[in-house]
Design a protein around this ligand. Structure first.
Ligand code: DON
Length: 571
């Protein structure tokens, strides 16, 4: 309830919401936005509008996704990107689904011990330096998906982003605050300060932000596709920036990068079909493992937000996140990942047998190590459905807010700091939360383990839900809870996305919960079962979803109330 009230208040204040009266009206009422033909839901209204316009022009879901992704790279620099990476899950109405993996790769000079300085782990080198930058994948991934499934010319899909970069766009209140907050961290990089401030002074809300260098880079991409990024002028500028900043990526690393087609993971939950992202994401494995475990319980009977339901869901989270830490990494470097077993119904039955309904299991290091405890990251997800009911679920990231904070001088885009998602070094596991297991150690060309979980749910073989979220390791639990809210607790897609969330990730052994998410008596019942509770001041996740209403042949879209500038735009 609290979350819903906050949302109503902010509806009166948000400039983006004012621009979008129809979306805002639905947004404030807990009702999804409805449309018949097609829909795009993203965290920036302008990007959603550009994607929806592509659908109106006869483009398919992949075309709209490409245009939305490039637009977000301009208007949502916190996470929208061409200098990062991500995953695109595509489910055509007819034919086989496919996942595109455009996760960043480690440069050729990377090694498992690269984050150790004089034998000691150096967190700055790992997570906040030019060595944190992985070889970007976004442009290659979008281009590969488009070359397989695009209907409209590539150029046409990049052009709206070029215009936005050239002519500029209005800085929202949320973006102004965020740029101001991160400007001090950008001071080390002159091109970043030049791009995201007015000679060192933060942009106030309402000003126009123009990015002419980015416009020129996008023009090269519009003209030459992937080549416009991975070779020629853009590659030269990236390599030059790496030399200036002391980074590792060379022109050879850039020309060697390839996006990959992967087989989506398939699962089922109470008769619904689940399609999600395989490794190098941990998302699909953990999501399906948790859903399989929870299928054995009457969550609806326990009731939304009840101590019994929270306890049961948390125990499934604890087990899936332990397996995530223990087993998962880049499949191309770990040929024996036990994926089939982890997502099997038989394994879920074993896990259920270990869950005590009255008592928290506790998380122990056992012989293995916990996940890193630190969480300070940013990412974005958007969902697209077209008139034929082809669907795209896309999550991409720079890792941290504004990635490495390094804008490539002369090229106008931010580089990621995704190398921070590799484990810090061999054997570097300790009780503070570091993990040094083999599957996710850095190596040349290897992709770092991710939690991004673009997901699609089907019903009777038809598209039902397109869903995903940012939030680092919390992503998987956000997607999980949105699905449970729809299927078990009977919420509509807006309610399912807006409902308060909680998070448990094995270690640290505690339940993080959003303000007003759990009532005092629920908290006390959970404590009596042995759980440690932690009130999360920030929100958990920003879900963006589209549900197909088969009875009325409508699309129902919802952007999270936690994203003040977002919108579901249909046509
Ligand atoms: O790939 C991952 O799992 C992380 N680099 C994603 C970071 C993230 O989602 C942060 N979002 N707020």
């Amino acid at each position: 309830m609290g979350a819903m009230m906050r949302r109503r208040e902010s509806a009166g204040l948000s400039s983006a919401a004012l621009l979008l009266l129809s979306a805002a009206a639905a947004w404030a009422s807990g009702t999804p936005v409805r449309a018949r033909s097609g829909m795009v839901v993203s965290v920036q209204a302008e990007a959603s509008r550009i994607g929806a316009a592509v659908l109106r022009d006869g483009g398919g879901a992949v075309d709209a996704a490409v245009a939305t992704a490039f637009a977000l790279a301009v208007v949502y620099p916190v996470a929208g990107n061409i200098g990062g990476g991500g995953f695109l899950l595509y489910r055509p109405a007819q034919g086989d689904p496919i996942a595109y993996d455009f996760r960043e790769a480690a440069p050729a000079r990377a090694s498992a011990t690269m984050f150790l300085k004089g034998g000691a782990y150096d967190q700055t080198v790992h997570q906040d330096s030019a060595w944190s930058v992985g070889v970007p994948g976004t442009v290659a991934g979008l281009h590969l998906a488009w070359s397989d499934h695009g209907k409209l010319p590539w150029k046409h899909l990049v052009e709206p982003a070029i215009r936005l970069a050239q002519e500029g766009f209005t800085v929202s209140d949320a973006l102004a605050r965020s740029l101001k907050k991160y400007l001090p961290e950008m001071q080390r990089y002159p091109a970043s300060v030049a791009q995201f401030s007015k000679s060192g002074v933060p942009y106030p809300a309402g000003d126009i932000l123009r990015q002419p260098d980015l416009a020129r880079t996008l023009e090269r991409i519009a003209e030459s596709g992937s080549e416009g990024f991975y070779s020629g002028e853009t590659a030269r500028l990236i390599a030059a920036q790496m030399e200036t900043s002391g980074g590792l990526i060379t022109r050879e690393d850039l020309s060697a990068y390839r996006a990959r087609r992967r087989e989506p993971l398939r699962g089922s939950y109470r008769g619904y079909g689940i399609l999600s992202m395989p490794p190098p994401s941990s998302g699909g494995v953990a999501l399906i493992e948790m859903l399989n475990t929870l299928e054995g319980y009457d969550l609806a009977g326990m009731g939304f937000g009840s101590a019994a339901a929270v306890h049961t869901i948390v125990e499934s989270m604890r087990r899936a996140y332990a397996d995530r830490a223990r087993y998962l990494g880049d499949p191309d470097f770990n040929p024996k990942l036990p994926i089939e077993r982890l997502i099997s119904k038989a394994y879920a039955a074993e896990l259920r047998a270990s869950i005590d309904p009255e008592s928290a299991s506790g998380s122990t290091l056992e012989s293995l190590e916990p996940e890193a405890v630190l969480e300070s990251t940013q990412t974005t997800h958007f969902s697209v459905v077209d008139a034929q009911r082809n669907a795209v679920s896309l999550t991409y990231t720079l890792e941290d807010y504004y990635g490495s904070k390094i804008v490539v001088a002369g090229a106008g885009f931010l580089l990621n700091d995704e190398m921070g998602d590799f484990n810090p070094g061999p054997g570097l596991s300790d009780a503070t939360g570091r993990i040094g297991t083999e599957p996710n150690l850095a190596a040349p060309g290897k992709r770092m383990l991710s939690s991004m979980t673009p997901t699609i749910v089907t019903e009777g073989g038809e598209l039902l839900l397109v869903i995903g979220s940012p939030g680092g390791r919390t992503i998987i639990n956000t997607v999980l809870q949105t699905i449970l809210n729809l299927i078990d607790f009977g919420m509509n897609v807006q309610e399912a996305i807006d409902a308060p969330r909680f998070h448990h990730q094995w270690l640290p052994d505690r339940i993080r919960y959003e303000p007003w998410g759990l009532s005092p008596d629920t908290l006390s019942l959970l404590r009596s079962r042995g759980h440690t509770l932690y009130l999360e001041r920030d929100s958990i996740g920003i879900a963006a979803g589209i549900r197909v209403n088969h009875a009325e042949d409508l699309l129902e879209g919802a952007i999270d109330h936690r994203a003040p500038d977002g919108a579901a735009i249909g046509h």
